[in-house]
Design a protein around this ligand. Structure first.
Ligand code: ZN
Length: 408
């Protein structure tokens, strides 16, 4: 099975709105009597496809139910090479896929490598913590770095939510980008980024937008994301929660300064304190009602402050200039803040909720939460791999993720 395909996209994304991280993992099974006829000769370079069974041999394994299984020795008709074929759930290694799967599952659930070793050993499954580590990394490596088109397997969505976070890994800060389907919350990609300026974000995000054929970018109101959406020709929804919080804080701060009566910068514009306070109140109201038609009203307010002068070099920005910038910024931001109001499906329903909450949830669940217990990590690649693995598992809540599909 091609594990890169995300075609079992759940119709209603199950974990949306639920407070806890949930996982639905399906363990590999060991079936001692199920053998697959070899497809190809195991000798490198030989193209032989026909084999003669030579003998049955027994193999001791580490497993919860089968201490011993039988393997078949096959001989290649073409070159005479003899190799073993193992039953389902068993490989040339000693530890069964089921035990490896249990190790991965326990690790994902939050146990350390050492704790997984203790738990499994106490249940009679002898696996060392180095093997646990290897099992986790091996599975993580099979998770598609989802941004490449072929790995996304033709998955399409109209809107991609993007965000950047930093995690401390081995004493060093690592920038991680996360992209989700902004409509159902599914994680599309988790990647390490060289940095978070507009060019770096574009290099990362544009192939993802192209691959899923997205028309809209959902993000916070960082300038870098505005640039990315403009330069890639996408519409943008800026998270209403971010803007709401930031605006409330600024309105409160500026109102307090005006109320204190120490700043006289408004005098030059012939604007009274009452007027300024009322303008701030109006902005606050508009930011929370987010009616697309309020843009001219915001422009009108901005124009009252448009002539505020920038204070000289090294001088603190005064109230008049800060008000000018705030009103100008929100007026300009308006189409990106209210985009979701007018973006509807063919039945007239809005498609987005105006927030970037899916990204934030994904960061909280799949990245931050797990990194806390990964302090011992030597390499950021393995930390990233585990985040990807957990997010990938999160994408498969509806039908469950078959760990066997991620095991070579
Ligand atoms: Zn051969």
């Amino acid at each position: 099975m091609d594990v890169g395909r995300l075609d079992d996209r759940p119709t209603s994304y199950e974990h949306k709105g639920t407070p806890d991280m949930r996982l639905h993992l399906i363990l590999p099974k060991v079936e001692p009597n199920e053998f697959e006829y070899p497809k190809k000769c195991h000798r490198k370079g030989c193209s032989g496809m026909r084999f003669t069974p030579r003998q049955e041999v027994s193999k001791k394994i580490v497993d919860a139910q089968h201490p011993e299984v039988t393997a078949w020795r096959y001989e290649c008709v073409k070159c005479g090479y003899v190799f073993r074929v193992y039953p389902k759930g068993v490989s040339e290694k000693q530890i069964s896929k089921r035990v490896n799967g249990m190790a991965v599952m326990l690790y994902i659930l939050g146990l350390s490598y050492g704790a997984v070793e203790i738990v499994l050993n106490s249940l009679g499954m002898g696996i060392g913590k180095t093997s646990v580590y290897r099992a986790v990394q091996a599975v993580a490596e099979q998770v598609p770095g989802m941004k490449r088109e072929k790995l996304l397997g033709g998955y399409k969505t109209k809107a991609v939510g993007a965000d950047v976070t930093s995690v401390r890994c081995n004493g060093k800060w690592v920038t991680v980008g996360i992209a989700v389907d902004a409509i159902n919350g599914m994680v599309l990609s988790i990647d390490e980024l060289p940095g978070e300026d507009a060019e770096q974000l574009k290099t990362w995000l544009e192939p993802i937008l192209d691959a899923v054929d997205a028309d809209v970018v959902v993000s916070d109101d960082a300038d870098a994301f505005k640039k990315v959406s403009d330069e890639t020709g996408r519409s943008q929804q800026v998270c209403k929660s971010h803007v709401g919080r930031n605006t409330d804080a600024l309105v409160a701060e500026l109102s307090a300064i005006i109320g204190a009566g120490q700043d006289h910068s408004l005098d030059a514009l012939h604007i009274t304190s009452e007027q300024a306070l009322s303008d701030l109140g109006a902005l606050k109201e508009m930011i929370h009602s987010r009616r697309p038609e309020d843009q001219p009203g915001l422009e009108e307010i901005y124009l009252r402050y448009a002539n505020a002068r920038k204070p000289g070099k090294g001088k603190k920005h005064d109230v008049a200039y800060r008000l000018r910038n705030l009103f100008m910024d929100r007026w300009n931001l308006w189409p990106r803040l209210t985009f979701y109001r007018n973006w509807k499906d063919e039945y007239g329903n809005v498609i987005l909720d105006g927030t970037n909450n899916d990204c934030e949830r994904a960061i909280g669940w799949w990245i931050k939460e797990r990194y806390r217990s990964m302090r011992g990590y030597k390499q950021e690649r393995s930390a990233l791999g585990v985040s990807r693995l957990i997010a990938f598992a999160g994408n498969h809540l509806a039908r469950g993720l078959h760990l066997a599909d991620l095991m070579a």
